[in-house]
Design a protein. Structure first.
Length: 487
C-alpha cells in the first residue's frame, strides 16, 4: 500500500503515513470489486458485411489511400447499423459484424437488421459515386443475416465478444456464400421479420462446419412496416368486453359531443394493445372510417409521418369527382398539407397553419361517419407529434374525430399530457394495461409481435376453490368519472 499524498510505501495495516501523517485507507475501507456482469441467453439477429475483392484493391491503392477508403467504408456502414438500433461489435479486416438485440431486445430486431442491410447497400452506392469520381474505384459488399438464441454479455463496452453461439457462425457462413451485392438471410430471420419481406429461396446451402444443409433466402426488398401487416391475428379473440365497451364509450362521447376525443391505450409489450384496437375497428367498420400510423424509432421518416399515414386513407382520390359543390377552404388546406405533412411526414413551416389545415380536412372527412385515427407504438412518438395531437384533440379541434394512441407505459404514453392529463377537455380518457382487476377470461389471447415469438393461449383456472379466475393482461378503465362500464 502507498500513501495517497507522498506515495511512500506503507504496511498494509497502516492507518496513517509514517512520513507525512496523511490518513490512509485500511483494508476494510477498500471497496470490494464489483462482480462481473452475468451473461444471459437472448434472441438476437447477427449481421455480417464484408468487402468483395479487397485484396485486389490493396494492390491498386497506396496504403494510406486504402486506409482512408476503408475508414470511410466503415463509417458509412456503421451509421446505417446504429441508425436502426444495432450495435457494431467488431471490425475484422474489412468485415463488419453487428448485433441487433444487445443490450436491449426489441420485437422487430430482425426487421431492423434487414433494413440496415438494405441501407448499407444504398449508402455504399452513394460512397461509390464519390470514390469513382476521385479514385476511379468502386466497392462491393456481401451480407449475411441470421437470427436465433445466443449467449450475450451484458456489458457492451467490455473487450470481449458481445454474443457467441451457432447463430453467429451461420451468419458469417451466409455472408461467405453470398454473391457480390447480395444479402443472404436465414429462415428464422425471414420468419421473424414478418410478411412484408420479399425474398427468394436459394436452395439448401452446405455451409462450412455444418453437417446438415441450411436453408437460405436472398433478400430483395422490405415493405413498409404497416401494423396491420406485421401482426398476425389468426387466433380467436376471446373476452375483453370491458375494454371494447370503453372504446365504444369513447367514440360515443366524441360523436355525441361533436368534438375531438383522445384515447390512450397503454400496456407492456405483447400484451395485446394492437389486437384490441384492431378487433374493435373490425367490429365497427360500418359505423366509422379510420386510418392508422406507427411511430418508428429508426429509419428516415418525417417527424409527423405516423399522423400523415393515418390521415392519407381518409382523403379522396385525386381522380374522384366531388359529389357536392366545391369547398375552397378544403382545397386550400389540402394544397398546404400536400407541400409538407402529407408529402413525407415533415411539418409545414407554420405549425398553426398546419393544425388549422388538418382541422379542416378531418372535419370534412367526418361529415358522413366519425373518424378514428390510430397511432401505434406511441411510446416512440416525437415531441412535435405529441404537440400536434394535443392541438387536434383540444377544444378547437375537428368534431367527430377520435385519436387512439397505443403504446407502452414508458415514453410518451406515460409522461406525455396526451395520455394522462387534462381529461376534462375534449373527453379524454384512457385504457390501461394492468394485471389486477381485469374481467375474467377463460383463455388469454396470444402475445403480440412477430410469428417467431407468438405463444398459444393458456387456460386460466382459479388457484383455490371459490376464488375468481386469474385476470387477463389488459384492463379497461376510464379516467373520466362515471364512464367505465359497471360504475
Amino acid at each position: 500500500m502507498t500513501c495517497p499524498s507522498c506515495r511512500q510505501e506503507l504496511p498494509s495495516t497502516a492507518r496513517f503515513c509514517s512520513s507525512c501523517g496523511t490518513p490512509c485507507a485500511g483494508p476494510a475501507a477498500v471497496a470490494a470489486p464489483e462482480p462481473p456482469p452475468e451473461d444471459e441467453r437472448k434472441p438476437v439477429t447477427v449481421l455480417f458485411c464484408d468487402l468483395v475483392g479487397s485484396t485486389a484493391l490493396s494492390g491498386v491503392l497506396d496504403p494510406e489511400t486504402l486506409r482512408t477508403v476503408t475508414l470511410r467504408y466503415f463509417e458509412a456502414m456503421s451509421a446505417q447499423i446504429v441508425a436502426r438500433g444495432g450495435t457494431p461489435e467488431k471490425f475484422i479486416g474489412d468485415a463488419v459484424m453487428a448485433v441487433f438485440g444487445v443490450p436491449v431486445v426489441r420485437e422487430d430486431d430482425a426487421r431492423r437488421a434487414l433494413a440496415a442491410a438494405l441501407g448499407m447497400r444504398r449508402a455504399l452506392d452513394a460512397l461509390n459515386e464519390e470514390l469513382e469520381a476521385s479514385l476511379g474505384i468502386r466497392l462491393t459488399t456481401r451480407v449475411g443475416v441470421n437470427t436465433g438464441q445466443v449467449v450475450a454479455g451484458s456489458d457492451a463496452t467490455a473487450r470481449q465478444a458481445l454474443v457467441s453461439g451457432e447463430v453467429v457462425n451461420i451468419a458469417a457462413r451466409l455472408e461467405q456464400n453470398a454473391g457480390p451485392g447480395e444479402i443472404l438471410i436465414g429462415p428464422q430471420t425471414l420468419l421473424a421479420a414478418g410478411p412484408t419481406v420479399t425474398a427468394e429461396a436459394t436452395g439448401p446451402l452446405q455451409l462450412k462446419g455444418k453437417r446438415e444443409s441450411v436453408e437460405a433466402y436472398r433478400l430483395l426488398a422490405l415493405g413498409a412496416d404497416d401494423p396491420e401487416l406485421l401482426r398476425r391475428f389468426d387466433a380467436p379473440f376471446v373476452g375483453r368486453t370491458t375494454e371494447l365497451d370503453s372504446l365504444d364509450i369513447a367514440l360515443a362521447k366524441t360523436v355525441r359531443g361533436d368534438r375531438s376525443g383522445l384515447l390512450g391505450v397503454t400496456g407492456e409489450a405483447g400484451i395485446g394493445k394492437t389486437r384490441l384496437v384492431r378487433e374493435w375497428l373490425t367490429r365497427r367498420t360500418d359505423a366509422l372510417v379510420y386510418g392508422a400510423g406507427r411511430c418508428r424509432t429508426y429509419g428516415d421518416h418525417g417527424t409527423l409521418a405516423p399522423l400523415a399515414d393515418a390521415v392519407r386513407p381518409l382523403l379522396p382520390h385525386p381522380d374522384d369527382v366531388p359529389a357536392g359543390p366545391r369547398d375552397p377552404a378544403a382545397e386550400d388546406a389540402m394544397a398546404l398539407l400536400s407541400g409538407g405533412l402529407l408529402r413525407d411526414g415533415t411539418p409545414n413551416a407554420s405549425f398553426e397553419d398546419m393544425c388549422a389545415a388538418l382541422t379542416v380536412v378531418l372535419k370534412r372527412a367526418a361529415l358522413a361517419r366519425p373518424v378514428v385515427l390510430v397511432l401505434d407504438d406511441w411510446h416512440a412518438a416525437a415531441p412535435l407529434l405529441v404537440r400536434t395531437v394535443d392541438r387536434l384533440t383540444g377544444g378547437a379541434g375537428p368534431g367527430r374525430v377520435l385519436v387512439i394512441c397505443a403504446g407502452r407505459p414508458e415514453g410518451r404514453t406515460a409522461r406525455g399530457r396526451t395520455a394522462r392529463g387534462r381529461t376534462a377537455r375534449g373527453g379524454r380518457h384512457r385504457v390501461c394495461g394492468e394485471e389486477a382487476g381485469a374481467p375474467p377470461a377463460h383463455r388469454s389471447p396470444p402475445r403480440g409481435g412477430g410469428p417467431a415469438r407468438r405463444r398459444s393461449g393458456t387456460a386460466r383456472r382459479p388457484s383455490r376453490p371459490g376464488r375468481r379466475p386469474a385476470p387477463g393482461p389488459l384492463r379497461g378503465q376510464s379516467a373520466l368519472p362515471g364512464t367505465a362500464p359497471g360504475r
